[in-house]
Design a protein around this ligand. Structure first.
Ligand code: ATP
Ligand code: MG
Length: 411
């Protein structure tokens, strides 16, 4: 496998750990990104400047690289939800990967829900919306416990909960503004513990080494937006619930046509039963696959996905957790405004059990009003003898980091 060439679509900061892992595996790594200054380029052996969302442009550039520089043996994406681009490159160069149809089902939330519903996979009630009046009608029929979202965006942008008194016009307009195709949909809000999963379907069987409780302690603080504040591993759910979540996310993957590939689930345990909020045909962002899964289980998930893309053998044994080390991830959310001072990073790193402190903002940067992950200034990974202890360690480290912002200059 050493010396094989892997194209990683996206050179953003969340891809850098994965690019480094590919280098450690002895791969020749080509990175593609539309931003010529993307941090991932510094680690790569080859570079392709093409927008991650531009499937045709990336496929053209990959073909050119393949024909003139070096043969490309596999393609994946990391830190960007662009399975259509991966599928286009795979198709053009006859590499392993998802079909464009499966990639489409994984990116278009309405097409995905239609398919999951047809296959009997548990999902929330949902409907497309043509305008705000459609939403008014849904509210009259079903009440306010609804979620309005763009059909084809990501990162939680434009996803809003209606229960706090938000009016239909505002919610519809905000969601539409985030959809590249201007399409909006509504879903029933399903209450219950939310779980992130990360799996691989291998020979018809799903393996899910990634299983994390999502932390939504700030649901009220950031309402109507859903802003996740990290997560906890191992999950608190009972083994039978875990089995149901794993079986349900794998049924969803099969329903979309995923096989010999990885998939990421946004799951909720609603009234004791696993439901799919969404499934993505890519690696997770936010360091779940690159840091949390290996730390929690000892499974080299990213390495396995890369080998699968290159047509190398991957065994069930290597996807089976070897340990269950408590790992807690938390973010620092400063007050909105322009950052004047960030301090306490060294103190945070010195807190017992802290595995990583990653600062993503610097003095002069603007913290926007929290509507998306752009409101975060730092990420912390902590461990401890128990999840409770790891949580306390993470909280101490977060408290040590002080980010002062000048409110008058808030964007
Ligand atoms: N019907 C629902 N019931 C409960 N929670 C929901 C529902 N829809 C969305 N959410 C919450 O909002 C989050 C973002 O929604 P969704 O995954 O649809 O948007 P996204 O833009 O794809 O976000 P991301 O890229 O973070 O997955 C979900 O992960 C979930 O926590
Ligand atoms: Mg999602």
């Amino acid at each position: 496998m050493r010396g094989k060439t892997l194209l990683i679509v996206c050179g953003g900061v969340e891809a850098t750990h994965g690019i480094a892992r590919a280098k450690e595996m002895g791969l020749h790594v080509v990175v593609s990104d539309g931003d010529a200054n993307a941090p991932g380029f510094a680690l790569a052996d080859g570079r392709i400047v093409a927008s991650t969302y531009d499937a045709g442009g990336t496929a053209d550039a990959a073909q050119h690289y393949n024909d003139t520089v070096r043969r490309i043996d596999g393609v994946i994406c990391m830190g960007a939800d662009v399975p259509h681009t991966v599928a286009a490159v795979a198709q053009r160069l006859s590499l392993r990967g998802l079909t464009p149809e499966t990639a489409h089902l994984a990116m278009d939330k309405l097409a995905m829900k239609d398919r999951l519903k047809a296959q009997g996979v548990p999902i929330p009630w949902y409907a497309p919306l043509r305008d705000a009046a459609d939403l008014q009608f849904a509210m009259l029929e079903r009440g306010r416990d609804l979620v309005v979202k763009p059909v084809d965006s990501r990162g939680g942008r434009g996803v809003q909960r209606l229960n706090g008194g938000l009016d239909a016009e505002t919610a519809y307009a905000r969601a539409g503004a985030q959809s590249p195709t201007g399409r909006v949909m509504v879903e029933a809000y399903l209450d219950g513990p939310q779980i992130s999963t990360e799996s691989i379907l291998l020979g018809g069987i799903g393996y899910t080494p990634g299983f994390s409780d999502r932390n939504y302690e700030y649901l009220d603080r950031f309402a109507p937006w859903f802003i996740e504040n990290g997560g906890d591993l191992p999950s608190h759910v009972a083994p039978a619930i875990r089995a149901d979540v794993e079986a349900t996310v794998t049924a969803a993957a099969r329903a979309l046509g995923i096989a010999q590939h990885n998939y990421k689930g946004d799951m909720v345990v609603h009234r004791g039963r696993a439901h799919v909020i969404e499934i993505a045909a890519r690696l997770s962002g936010g360091y779940f696959c690159t840091r949390e899964i290996p730390l929690n289980t000892g499974v080299d998930f990213v390495g396995a996905v890369m080998r699968l893309a290159l047509g190398e053998p991957v065994t069930p044994a290597e996807l089976t957790p070897r340990r269950d080390t408590p790992i807690v991830q938390r973010y620092v959310f400063p007050e909105p405004g322009r950052i004047t001072v960030i301090s306490g990073i060294d103190e945070a790193r010195a807190v017992p059990g802290i595995l990583e402190v990653l600062v993503s903002k610097q003095a002069g940067d603007v913290i926007p009003v929290a509507e998306s992950s752009a409101a975060r200034a730092a990420m912390i990974l902590a461990t401890g003898a128990t999840v409770t202890e790891a949580r306390a360690n993470a909280a101490r480290a977060c408290a040590a980091i002080r980010v002062e912002t000048a409110q008058a200059e808030a964007a």
